[in-house]
Every structure is written in structure tokens, then in C-alpha cells.
Design a protein around this ligand. Structure first.
Ligand SMILES: Nc1ncnc2c1ncn2[C@@H]1O[C@H](COP(=O)(O)OP(=O)(O)OP(=O)(O)O)[C@@H](O)[C@H]1O
Length: 327
């Protein structure tokens, strides 16, 4: 059962030096209660996609095609891109909340964290009494591992990990169905990062929300996600279960990403990385955008744009995917 359906979504940035095709024809499903990881190098369009879905895009960004449909528990479908005014305000927080990379930027520096939860509740749950809001703020902070007495702390008085936890508590305030997390742990050290990943999974079990978790670190995504979609140059090039992608990646780019990050568990391996740099999205290479960097490319890769076709336990867009995997 899908909670969100993205179809053929394209987003451009209109700039003086040319149009940046940041997201091109992306179709993705988010299932109710799952953690969907979105991976890809910097500039692959992950944040643009997330911002389009959460309606946070600002000019010069423009959605040039596609649709985003949100399915409520009661069966009604919401055309997210058509929401405006009060409907959009209600959609954010109540149905979809976002946690950004830098909690310092997302949190209000001049307001205590408890008060910030209170603000969200006051704006979006007007029937709650002051006492109920205070109780809920403490409960949420405690739930993410922040003691009740820290509710009067300002963001700068908290560690990076605590700030990120506070941002998660605020996102949880109205019990949304979807939480989008854009690099929520990137700035944190590995131990804190792992604690928070564990916490997110536990919260998901408890509250049942679905998560879109964005990071460039594929090995980290393997730890937390149920399914993963890999983006390259604005397109999804492979998707599958975390287990499937880990065991048998099919797209040469996925293989490269897997070799680019140290695994959080398991034996040490040599990190190889991916040669070359991501393409300029004002004029991406013809055919498969990855072909100039791909060690397995054949002549046709420079000509034909591969479409997503079933592969492994998901889909892959690679001409070399013949159903048995690239070897
Ligand atoms: N305001 C903007 N104006 C023009 N181009 C932009 C703007 N914002 C992003 N882009 C371009 O859009 C493309 C996608 O960027 P986006 O931030 O979505 O990628 P990302 O995968 O989230 O990268 P990162 O991990 O660095 O956040 C990049 O080529 C980027 O340079």
C-alpha cells in the first residue's frame, strides 16, 4: 500500500547560464511505514526531489512535469502539487514533515526546543490546551532521548546530536504519515549517527510513519532502509531492497557507490570510489549519463537512454542489465 506516489517528476532550475535539469522523469513509490533510502553523489538531485515532494521548492526551481499523490489512511488521494494556502499548511507537519541536515539552521536559535514544539502544536492543533501541549512536548523530547529538563535549552546549548534529536521530535509533533530526512546525520560523528539511526527505526516501529532518508552514504543507508533508490544526474538508475542492493547491485554506478564508503560493519575493504566527476546538468551526456565514468560502458550507452526495467528485487536502468545482472 503506497502512501506516496511520484510519477514522471521533472524539476529544472532556470539560470542565466542555462537550464539545470536537476530531476528528470523520476517515478517512485513510498510504501506505508517503510524507510526508503535515496542515495547518490552530491548534485544528483536528491534534495531537489525531496523539496518538490514537500512543496519547499522556490524559484528559480520549476516543476516541469509529473505528479505527486499522497494517499491518506482513509483512502482519499491528495494531489500534492495542487495544494495551496491552508491545505498546504495542514499537509506539512500533519501529513508530511521534513528534517534537514543542519538542525542549527532548521531550529529557531532564539527559542528553547520545548517552545518550538509548542509553537508547532499551537499552530496546527488549536484544540490542544496549554497543559496538553506542555505534556506532549516533554513526551516527544523524552521519546527521542532528551530529558524533560532540557526543554528550556536553546539550540546552541545542545550538542549536534541533541539538536538533530530535537529536530526529529519537532517533526513528530503532529504524528505525520511521512517524514523526509535530508542528510539528517551527515554532520555527526559515527557513534552519534548510529544511535540516531537506531532511534529513527525504533520510532518508526512505534509510530508507523514512512521515511524518505536522503544521504550520499550508501553503506549508511543499507543499515537503516527497507528499500533504496539510487539517483544519478537527476534520474533514478536503480532501486531495490537494501538487502538485494547490498548482495547484488546491478547498476555499475551502484557498485561504484558501494565501494566508495567504509561499511559500518564487517571487514575493512579498500575504498575505490568512482572515477571522474558528476555531469553538468545543464547539458548532461547523451545516452546513459553515467557512461563517461562507467568501466563497463559499450558504444550504445552513449546513444540510448536506458529505462528502468525489472532487475533483482527492484528496477535498474542499464543497457547491460539482461536480467541476470552485470558481472
Ligand atoms: N538554486 C539553484 N539554482 C541552480 N541550480 C541549482 C540550485 N539548487 C540546486 N541546483 C542544482 O541542481 C542539481 C541538483 O542539486 P540537489 O541539491 O538537488 O542535489 P543533491 O543530490 O541533493 O546534492 P547534495 O547532496 O549536495 O545536497 C545540482 O546540479 C545543483 O547544482
Amino acid at each position: 500500500m503506497n502512501v506516496l506516489e511520484i510519477r514522471d517528476l521533472s524539476v529544472d532550475y532556470l539560470s542565466g547560464s542555462g537550464t539545470v535539469h536537476a530531476v528528470s522523469g523520476v517515478s517512485l513509490d513510498l510504501r506505508r511505514g517503510e524507510i526508503l533510502g535515496l542515495a547518490g553523489e552530491s548534485g544528483s538531485g536528491k534534495s531537489t526531489l525531496a523539496n518538490a515532494v514537500s512543496r519547499l521548492l522556490r524559484p528559480p526551481a520549476a516543476i516541469t512535469s509529473g505528479s505527486v499523490v499522497y494517499h491518506r489512511q482513509d483512502g482519499t488521494a491528495v494531489d500534492v502539487l495542487a495544494l495551496g494556502g491552508n491545505e498546504l499548511r495542514a499537509f506539512r507537519w500533519k501529513e508530511l514533515a521534513v528534517v534537514f541536515q543542519s538542525a542549527m539552521n532548521a531550529l529557531n536559535p532564539v527559542s528553547a526546543v520545548g517552545a518550538q514544539i509548542d509553537d508547532v502544536l499551537r499552530a496546527h492543533a488549536p484544540r490542544m490546551s496549554r497543559a496538553e501541549r506542555a505534556e506532549r512536548s516533554v513526551e516527544l523530547l523524552q521519546r527521542v532521548g532528551i530529558s524533560a529538563d532540557r526543554r528550556r535549552s536553546y539550540p546552541h546549548e545542545l550538542s549536534g546530536g541533541m539538536r538533530q534529536r530535537a529536530a526529529i521530535a519537532i517533526a513528530l509533533a503532529l504524528n505525520p504519515e511521512i517524514i523526509i530526512m535530508d542528510e539528517p546525520t551527515t554532520a555527526l560523528d559515527v557513534v552519534v549517527q548510529r544511535d540516531i539511526l537506531g532511534e529513527i527505526r525504533a520510532l518508526r516501529e512505534e509510530y508507523g510513519f514512512a521515511v524518505v532518508f536522503i544521504t550520499h552514504d550508501l553503506s549508511l543507508l543499507m543499515e537503516i532502509s527497507d528499500r533504496i533508490a539510487i539517483m544519478y544526474a537527476g534520474r533514478v538508475v536503480e532501486s531495490g531492497t537494501a538487502k538485494g542492493l547490498h548482495r547484488a547491485p546491478r547498476h555499475p554506478y551502484t557498485m561504484g557507490l558501494l565501494r566508495s564508503f567504509p561499511r559500518l560493519r564487517g571487514p575493512r575493504e579498500e575504498l575505490l570510489g568512482i572515477p571522474g566527476t558528476p555531469p553538468d546538468l545543464r547539458s548532461p551526456p547523451p545516452g546513459c549519463a553515467f557512461h563517461p565514468r562507467c568501466g563497463l560502458a559499450v558504444d550504445e550507452c552513449a546513444v540510448s537512454l536506458p529505462v528502468l526495467t525489472p532487475g533483482g528485487d527492484g528496477e535498474v536502468a542499464c543497457l547491460l542489465n539482461d536480467g541476470t545482472g552485470v558481472s
